[in-house]
Every structure is written in structure tokens, then in C-alpha cells.
Design a protein around this ligand. Structure first.
Ligand SMILES: [Zn+2]
Ligand SMILES: [Zn+2]
Length: 255
């Protein structure tokens, strides 16, 4: 199976997964880069997976469906271009002969979902939209800090070797914030060097892995003593883990 990050707009990735014959795409905010990739490779588009309703993830869905006849799957509790097959937590999508588990991960939007497969060429694979980014997490547009913390906890509990396909290239700016939170985190320093080298070569920093994110991402580390101390130094009133997480997210919003 091949995993390709198709760049779109200024910093989106539309993930395309294919087996040499059939393909699926995730969150096509723009149909053009997908149609170009399909034409140049001769792939048939079998499925379109949508994680949430924002236009930069959905604006290409109708054109792609009409051009290819692909089946569209998306979150049951969000308005995305009709017709689509609505998905709830615990549902399974079969696409490219693989079963994809649907996880409810509210926070960025109220009905945001993620897609997880246990074994793509020997390792799990996650499409998480705008919930988890490398070094960061999505803004809380519709959900509460408690919901986002629970969603990130869910993703953090996936196997560490899970490859994580995030929908934006926000990594370097996220890592600048992460370094302000945890200046003593050596894994973070190493990973930042690695990502800077990739970006210098014009390469995506993604996919990342759950194991990497658990070591470097402050939003998956909001119960670590160094992170709690950094938050309390700015927001002394943050009394419990949800309040610490909320204050951390607020800090990033103004960083
Ligand atoms: Zn979004
Ligand atoms: Zn987005």
C-alpha cells in the first residue's frame, strides 16, 4: 500500500492511499490535486473519507464523487456534502479491502471522527483530521477542553507504532511552542532537528507516530510534571488536569 500526502491550499494535506489499482482519499478540500494524481497514476478512486465539516476538508468532495463515483463516508453528526454514509463511534468502513475503525474525537468540531486501521503493511495507520497534529492539536472551535483531552487520550492509547496522518503541515510552528513548554525535553530537540531538515528538503514532516507524539507533543503530555509546572507558572488557577489542558491550549492560541 502506498501513502501519499497531496499538498493543498497553503498547508493542508489530502492523504491518498492506494494499492496500485484502487485508491482512497481523506478530507479532499480541493478536487484538483486528487484528480491530477488519479489521472497520472491510472488509479480508481473507491472511497472518500471525511473527518469533519470544515470547507478545507470537504470542498472537493462533490466534484470528486461526480468524477469518479467514489463512495463518501463521513461523520453522522456533521453537515458534509450529501449524499454520504454517516458514521458513528465503533462503526467500521471497508475500503481498499481494509477495515477502518471509526473513533469519535470531538473537540476541534463537535462531531469530528478519525479512521484507524490495525494493519497496513505491518503497522497501524490513523487519519485524524484536525484533532491531533505533530507537536500540537486542533483549536477548540466547537468542543470543550474536557472533550479534546478525552479525544487525545484515546488517540494516545493507540499502539505507539501507529502512523499518524494529520491534515496540516503545522509541525515546525507547533514545535516552537512545545520547546517553550518543555525546554528540557531532549527528544523534542532531536525531533525538531529532524523535522527542520525535512522541511528544508521540501518534504512533509508527516506521517508522525503515536510513540513520537507521546514523547514530544505537549498536548499528549499535559499531565507530565514539567508541562504542569510550565502551565502553572502562567496560570496558577489551573487546579485539575482539564484546567491545565485548557490553559495549555489557551497559551498556544496566543503564542
Ligand atoms: Zn478543521
Ligand atoms: Zn483543517
Amino acid at each position: 500500500m502506498n501513502i501519499i500526502a497531496l499538498p493543498a491550499f497553503s498547508d493542508n494535506y489530502i492523504w491518498l492511499l492506494h494499492d496500485g489499482r484502487r485508491a482512497l482519499v481523506v478530507d479532499p478540500g480541493d478536487a484538483q490535486p486528487v484528480l491530477k494524481a488519479l489521472h497520472s497514476t491510472g488509479l480508481d478512486l473507491e472511497a472518500i473519507l471525511v473527518t469533519h465539516h470544515h470547507p478545507d476538508h470537504t470542498a472537493g468532495v462533490s466534484e470528486l464523487r461526480e468524477a469518479t463515483g467514489a463512495t463518501v463516508w463521513g461523520p453522522a453528526r456533521e453537515a458534509i456534502p450529501e449524499p454520504f454514509i454517516p458514521l458513528d463511534d465503533g462503526d467500521t468502513v471497508t475500503a481498499l479491502g481494509v477495515g477502518w475503525s471509526v473513533l469519535d474525537v470531538p473537540g476541534h468540531t463537535a462531531g469530528h471522527i478519525a479512521f484507524w486501521a490495525s494493519d497496513i503493511d505491518g503497522a497501524p495507520l490513523l487519519f485524524c483530521g484536525d484533532t491531533l497534529f505533530s507537536g500540537g492539536c486542533g483549536r477548540l472551535f466547537e468542543g470543550t477542553p474536557a472533550q479534546m483531552l478525552a479525544s487525545l487520550d484515546r488517540l494516545a492509547a493507540l499502539p505507539p507504532e501507529t502512523r499518524v496522518c494529520c491534515a496540516h503541515e503545522y509541525t515546525l510552528s507547533n514545535l516552537r511552542f512545545a520547546a517553550a513548554v518543555e525546554p528540557g525535553n531532549a527528544a523534542l530537540t532531536d525531533y525538531t532537528r529532524h523535522c527542520e531538515a525535512l522541511r528544508k528538503q521540501g518534504q512533509p514532516t508527516l506521517p508522525t507516530t503515536i510513540g513520537t507524539e507521546r514523547a514530544i507533543n505537549p498536548f499528549l503530555r499535559s499531565r507530565e510534571p514539567e508541562v504542569v509546572q510550565a502551565v502553572l507558572a502562567r496560570t496558577a488557577s489551573a487546579r485539575d488536569e482539564v484546567a491545565v489542558f485548557a490553559a495549555l491550549r489557551e497559551w498556544k492560541n496566543h503564542f
